[in-house]
Design a protein around this ligand. Structure first.
Ligand code: OAD
Length: 268
Protein backbone atom coordinates (compact mmCIF):
# COMPACT_ATOMS: atom_id res chain seq x y z
CA UNK A 1 0.00 0.00 0.00
CA UNK A 2 1.34 3.46 -0.80
CA UNK A 3 2.62 5.48 2.17
CA UNK A 4 2.81 9.23 2.86
CA UNK A 5 5.26 10.90 0.48
CA UNK A 6 8.12 13.06 1.73
CA UNK A 7 9.12 16.06 -0.44
CA UNK A 8 12.11 14.15 -1.86
CA UNK A 9 10.10 11.03 -2.70
CA UNK A 10 7.44 13.27 -4.24
CA UNK A 11 10.03 15.03 -6.44
CA UNK A 12 11.45 11.68 -7.50
CA UNK A 13 7.98 10.35 -8.29
CA UNK A 14 7.18 13.55 -10.25
CA UNK A 15 10.37 13.21 -12.27
CA UNK A 16 9.63 9.56 -13.01
CA UNK A 17 6.03 10.37 -13.98
CA UNK A 18 7.24 13.12 -16.35
CA UNK A 19 9.70 10.71 -17.97
CA UNK A 20 6.96 8.11 -18.52
CA UNK A 21 4.54 10.73 -19.85
CA UNK A 22 7.07 12.40 -22.18
CA UNK A 23 7.65 9.03 -23.87
CA UNK A 24 3.91 8.40 -24.26
CA UNK A 25 2.28 8.31 -27.69
CA UNK A 26 -1.32 7.64 -26.67
CA UNK A 27 -1.88 9.07 -23.18
CA UNK A 28 -5.37 9.19 -21.72
CA UNK A 29 -6.63 10.97 -18.62
CA UNK A 30 -9.42 9.74 -16.32
CA UNK A 31 -10.80 12.56 -14.16
CA UNK A 32 -13.13 12.58 -11.17
CA UNK A 33 -14.68 15.18 -8.91
CA UNK A 34 -11.33 15.90 -7.24
CA UNK A 35 -10.05 17.87 -10.24
CA UNK A 36 -12.94 20.33 -9.82
CA UNK A 37 -12.61 20.65 -6.03
CA UNK A 38 -10.18 23.60 -6.37
CA UNK A 39 -12.76 25.30 -8.57
CA UNK A 40 -15.15 25.27 -5.61
CA UNK A 41 -17.29 22.30 -6.69
CA UNK A 42 -17.70 19.82 -3.80
CA UNK A 43 -16.74 16.22 -4.42
CA UNK A 44 -19.19 13.46 -3.61
CA UNK A 45 -17.56 12.90 -0.27
CA UNK A 46 -17.69 16.51 0.85
CA UNK A 47 -20.61 17.39 3.04
CA UNK A 48 -22.87 19.58 0.90
CA UNK A 49 -23.32 22.85 2.77
CA UNK A 50 -26.59 24.64 3.42
CA UNK A 51 -30.02 23.33 2.49
CA UNK A 52 -28.95 19.85 1.33
CA UNK A 53 -26.49 19.09 4.12
CA UNK A 54 -28.90 16.66 5.72
CA UNK A 55 -29.94 15.07 2.42
CA UNK A 56 -27.82 12.23 1.02
CA UNK A 57 -27.22 13.15 -2.68
CA UNK A 58 -26.86 9.44 -3.41
CA UNK A 59 -30.59 9.13 -2.52
CA UNK A 60 -31.63 12.00 -4.81
CA UNK A 61 -29.65 11.09 -7.91
CA UNK A 62 -31.73 8.02 -8.78
CA UNK A 63 -34.59 7.30 -11.23
CA UNK A 64 -36.65 6.02 -8.30
CA UNK A 65 -36.28 9.35 -6.45
CA UNK A 66 -37.30 11.22 -9.60
CA UNK A 67 -40.38 9.05 -10.05
CA UNK A 68 -41.26 9.45 -6.37
CA UNK A 69 -40.70 13.23 -6.15
CA UNK A 70 -39.69 14.89 -9.46
CA UNK A 71 -39.98 18.39 -7.98
CA UNK A 72 -37.50 17.61 -5.17
CA UNK A 73 -34.96 16.04 -7.53
CA UNK A 74 -35.37 18.92 -10.01
CA UNK A 75 -34.77 21.45 -7.19
CA UNK A 76 -31.69 19.49 -6.07
CA UNK A 77 -30.22 19.79 -9.57
CA UNK A 78 -31.19 23.46 -9.86
CA UNK A 79 -29.31 23.98 -6.56
CA UNK A 80 -26.24 22.12 -7.91
CA UNK A 81 -26.33 24.05 -11.20
CA UNK A 82 -26.60 27.36 -9.27
CA UNK A 83 -23.69 26.28 -7.12
CA UNK A 84 -21.58 25.33 -10.14
CA UNK A 85 -22.34 28.47 -12.18
CA UNK A 86 -19.49 30.66 -10.78
CA UNK A 87 -16.96 27.81 -11.01
CA UNK A 88 -14.06 28.40 -13.37
CA UNK A 89 -11.30 26.02 -14.52
CA UNK A 90 -8.42 25.74 -12.06
CA UNK A 91 -4.73 25.23 -12.96
CA UNK A 92 -5.34 21.48 -13.11
CA UNK A 93 -7.91 21.79 -15.93
CA UNK A 94 -5.65 24.30 -17.69
CA UNK A 95 -2.63 21.99 -17.45
CA UNK A 96 -4.64 19.17 -19.07
CA UNK A 97 -5.65 21.51 -21.90
CA UNK A 98 -1.94 22.28 -22.41
CA UNK A 99 -1.18 18.54 -22.53
CA UNK A 100 -3.76 18.18 -25.31
CA UNK A 101 -1.54 20.43 -27.49
CA UNK A 102 1.55 18.38 -26.61
CA UNK A 103 -0.09 14.98 -27.28
CA UNK A 104 -2.28 14.88 -30.45
CA UNK A 105 -3.80 11.57 -29.30
CA UNK A 106 -4.56 12.68 -25.71
CA UNK A 107 -8.19 12.22 -24.64
CA UNK A 108 -9.87 13.03 -21.33
CA UNK A 109 -12.42 10.56 -19.99
CA UNK A 110 -14.38 12.36 -17.31
CA UNK A 111 -16.85 11.22 -14.68
CA UNK A 112 -17.63 14.86 -13.94
CA UNK A 113 -20.82 16.56 -15.05
CA UNK A 114 -19.41 20.10 -14.94
CA UNK A 115 -18.00 21.70 -18.12
CA UNK A 116 -14.68 22.93 -16.71
CA UNK A 117 -12.57 20.80 -19.07
CA UNK A 118 -14.30 22.46 -22.04
CA UNK A 119 -13.98 25.91 -20.45
CA UNK A 120 -10.23 25.27 -20.00
CA UNK A 121 -9.90 24.55 -23.74
CA UNK A 122 -9.81 20.73 -23.79
CA UNK A 123 -11.66 19.38 -26.84
CA UNK A 124 -11.17 15.61 -26.87
CA UNK A 125 -13.46 14.69 -23.97
CA UNK A 126 -15.51 11.53 -23.33
CA UNK A 127 -18.31 12.16 -20.81
CA UNK A 128 -19.27 9.03 -18.87
CA UNK A 129 -21.90 10.56 -16.59
CA UNK A 130 -23.44 13.29 -18.75
CA UNK A 131 -23.53 17.04 -18.34
CA UNK A 132 -25.45 18.82 -15.57
CA UNK A 133 -26.11 21.92 -17.69
CA UNK A 134 -27.99 19.79 -20.26
CA UNK A 135 -31.55 18.46 -20.00
CA UNK A 136 -33.55 15.79 -21.74
CA UNK A 137 -37.05 14.33 -21.83
CA UNK A 138 -37.39 11.82 -18.95
CA UNK A 139 -39.27 9.54 -21.38
CA UNK A 140 -36.69 10.04 -24.18
CA UNK A 141 -39.80 10.34 -26.36
CA UNK A 142 -37.75 10.90 -29.52
CA UNK A 143 -35.07 8.32 -28.79
CA UNK A 144 -32.31 8.08 -26.18
CA UNK A 145 -31.38 10.85 -25.52
CA UNK A 146 -34.13 13.36 -26.40
CA UNK A 147 -32.38 16.67 -25.62
CA UNK A 148 -34.60 19.50 -24.38
CA UNK A 149 -33.38 23.09 -24.69
CA UNK A 150 -35.08 25.02 -21.89
CA UNK A 151 -34.36 28.32 -23.63
CA UNK A 152 -36.98 27.29 -26.23
CA UNK A 153 -39.66 27.19 -23.51
CA UNK A 154 -41.66 30.20 -22.28
CA UNK A 155 -40.80 31.73 -18.88
CA UNK A 156 -43.79 30.14 -17.22
CA UNK A 157 -43.02 26.72 -18.78
CA UNK A 158 -39.41 27.04 -17.54
CA UNK A 159 -40.64 27.97 -14.07
CA UNK A 160 -42.41 24.62 -13.66
CA UNK A 161 -40.61 22.15 -11.39
CA UNK A 162 -39.77 20.15 -13.37
CA UNK A 163 -40.61 21.71 -16.76
CA UNK A 164 -42.50 19.58 -19.29
CA UNK A 165 -41.06 18.12 -22.50
CA UNK A 166 -42.23 20.26 -25.47
CA UNK A 167 -42.65 17.10 -27.58
CA UNK A 168 -44.60 14.75 -25.30
CA UNK A 169 -45.47 16.69 -22.15
CA UNK A 170 -43.49 14.31 -19.93
CA UNK A 171 -41.15 15.67 -17.26
CA UNK A 172 -37.79 17.15 -18.23
CA UNK A 173 -34.77 15.76 -16.32
CA UNK A 174 -31.08 16.70 -16.09
CA UNK A 175 -29.01 14.87 -18.74
CA UNK A 176 -26.80 13.10 -16.18
CA UNK A 177 -26.38 9.43 -15.28
CA UNK A 178 -28.14 8.49 -12.02
CA UNK A 179 -27.37 5.59 -9.74
CA UNK A 180 -28.86 2.30 -10.98
CA UNK A 181 -28.74 3.72 -14.54
CA UNK A 182 -26.66 2.48 -17.48
CA UNK A 183 -23.97 4.81 -18.83
CA UNK A 184 -24.39 6.11 -22.40
CA UNK A 185 -23.13 3.09 -24.35
CA UNK A 186 -21.27 5.06 -27.02
CA UNK A 187 -19.33 7.00 -24.36
CA UNK A 188 -18.53 3.86 -22.36
CA UNK A 189 -17.42 1.91 -25.46
CA UNK A 190 -15.22 4.82 -26.54
CA UNK A 191 -13.72 5.13 -23.04
CA UNK A 192 -12.94 1.42 -22.89
CA UNK A 193 -11.36 1.54 -26.34
CA UNK A 194 -9.20 4.54 -25.35
CA UNK A 195 -8.16 2.84 -22.09
CA UNK A 196 -7.14 -0.32 -23.97
CA UNK A 197 -5.10 1.68 -26.51
CA UNK A 198 -3.45 3.99 -23.97
CA UNK A 199 0.24 3.60 -23.20
CA UNK A 200 -0.17 5.87 -20.15
CA UNK A 201 -3.27 6.73 -18.10
CA UNK A 202 -3.29 9.68 -15.69
CA UNK A 203 -5.92 9.02 -13.02
CA UNK A 204 -6.83 12.37 -11.47
CA UNK A 205 -9.11 13.11 -8.52
CA UNK A 206 -11.23 9.99 -8.30
CA UNK A 207 -11.90 7.71 -5.34
CA UNK A 208 -12.15 4.79 -7.75
CA UNK A 209 -15.26 3.36 -6.12
CA UNK A 210 -17.81 3.76 -8.92
CA UNK A 211 -17.78 1.29 -11.83
CA UNK A 212 -17.48 0.97 -14.78
CA UNK A 213 -15.31 4.15 -14.71
CA UNK A 214 -13.13 2.73 -11.93
CA UNK A 215 -12.46 -0.33 -14.09
CA UNK A 216 -10.81 1.68 -16.89
CA UNK A 217 -7.27 1.85 -15.41
CA UNK A 218 -7.22 -1.97 -15.27
CA UNK A 219 -7.85 -2.06 -19.04
CA UNK A 220 -4.81 0.14 -19.64
CA UNK A 221 -2.72 -2.00 -17.30
CA UNK A 222 -3.90 -5.21 -19.02
CA UNK A 223 -2.83 -3.79 -22.39
CA UNK A 224 0.64 -3.01 -21.00
CA UNK A 225 0.11 0.68 -20.28
CA UNK A 226 1.44 2.58 -17.26
CA UNK A 227 -0.76 4.12 -14.54
CA UNK A 228 -0.07 7.42 -12.75
CA UNK A 229 -2.45 8.71 -10.07
CA UNK A 230 -2.81 12.28 -8.77
CA UNK A 231 -4.73 12.47 -5.50
CA UNK A 232 -4.02 14.05 -2.08
CA UNK A 233 -5.08 10.81 -0.40
CA UNK A 234 -4.84 7.11 -1.17
CA UNK A 235 -7.81 5.95 -3.27
CA UNK A 236 -9.19 2.49 -4.05
CA UNK A 237 -7.00 2.55 -7.17
CA UNK A 238 -3.70 3.62 -5.59
CA UNK A 239 -2.47 0.05 -4.96
CA UNK A 240 -2.78 -0.66 -8.73
CA UNK A 241 -0.79 2.42 -9.79
CA UNK A 242 2.81 2.56 -11.06
CA UNK A 243 3.15 6.03 -9.52
CA UNK A 244 1.05 7.92 -6.97
CA UNK A 245 1.65 11.69 -6.92
CA UNK A 246 0.30 12.78 -3.56
CA UNK A 247 -1.23 16.21 -3.88
CA UNK A 248 -3.96 18.43 -5.24
CA UNK A 249 -4.32 18.25 -9.01
CA UNK A 250 -4.32 22.06 -9.26
CA UNK A 251 -0.76 21.97 -7.94
CA UNK A 252 0.60 18.65 -9.24
CA UNK A 253 -0.63 18.83 -12.87
CA UNK A 254 1.05 22.20 -13.57
CA UNK A 255 4.25 20.78 -11.98
CA UNK A 256 4.03 17.79 -14.31
CA UNK A 257 3.58 20.07 -17.36
CA UNK A 258 6.48 22.23 -16.13
CA UNK A 259 8.68 19.12 -15.95
CA UNK A 260 7.74 18.19 -19.53
CA UNK A 261 8.54 21.74 -20.68
CA UNK A 262 11.88 21.58 -18.87
CA UNK A 263 12.65 18.44 -20.91
CA UNK A 264 11.78 20.61 -23.96
CA UNK A 265 9.29 17.98 -25.04
CA UNK A 266 6.39 20.47 -25.02
CA UNK A 267 6.03 22.59 -28.17
CA UNK A 268 7.59 25.98 -27.52
P1 OAD B 1 -15.42 11.19 -5.18
O1 OAD B 1 -16.00 12.28 -4.37
O2 OAD B 1 -15.85 9.76 -4.95
O3 OAD B 1 -13.82 11.20 -5.00
C1 OAD B 1 -13.12 12.41 -5.17
C2 OAD B 1 -11.65 12.09 -5.11
O4 OAD B 1 -10.93 13.31 -5.35
C3 OAD B 1 -11.20 11.57 -3.75
O5 OAD B 1 -10.35 10.45 -3.94
C4 OAD B 1 -10.41 12.74 -3.16
O6 OAD B 1 -9.32 12.30 -2.36
C5 OAD B 1 -9.89 13.40 -4.41
N1 OAD B 1 -9.56 14.82 -4.27
C6 OAD B 1 -10.07 15.71 -3.38
N2 OAD B 1 -9.51 16.93 -3.60
C7 OAD B 1 -8.65 16.79 -4.66
C8 OAD B 1 -7.77 17.67 -5.36
N3 OAD B 1 -7.67 18.96 -5.02
N4 OAD B 1 -7.04 17.16 -6.39
C9 OAD B 1 -7.13 15.86 -6.73
N5 OAD B 1 -7.95 14.97 -6.11
C10 OAD B 1 -8.68 15.44 -5.08
O7 OAD B 1 -15.61 11.58 -6.71
P2 OAD B 1 -15.50 10.62 -7.95
O8 OAD B 1 -14.44 9.60 -7.76
O9 OAD B 1 -15.42 11.47 -9.16
O10 OAD B 1 -21.28 9.32 -10.18
O11 OAD B 1 -16.94 9.89 -7.91
C11 OAD B 1 -17.23 9.01 -8.97
C12 OAD B 1 -18.70 9.08 -9.18
O12 OAD B 1 -19.40 8.85 -7.94
C13 OAD B 1 -19.21 10.43 -9.64
O13 OAD B 1 -19.03 10.63 -11.01
C14 OAD B 1 -20.68 10.29 -9.29
C15 OAD B 1 -20.55 9.71 -7.90
O14 OAD B 1 -21.65 8.95 -7.60
C16 OAD B 1 -22.40 9.70 -10.87
O15 OAD B 1 -22.83 10.84 -10.79
C17 OAD B 1 -23.00 8.62 -11.69
Amino acid sequence: MATEQTPSTFERALHEAAAILSAARRPVVLTGAGISKESGIPTFRDALDGLWAQVDPMKLATPQAFRRDPALVWRFYEYRRERMRPARPNPGHIALAALEHRFPALHIITQNVDDLHEQAGSTRIVRLHGKISANRCSLDCRGLPTPVDLSQLSDEQRAETPPHCPYCGGYVRPDVVWFNEMLPSDALNRAQQLAQQADVMLVVGTSGVVYPAAGLPALTRKAGGRLIEINPVVSELTPTMDIWLEGASGIVLPRLVEHLEKDNTLDA
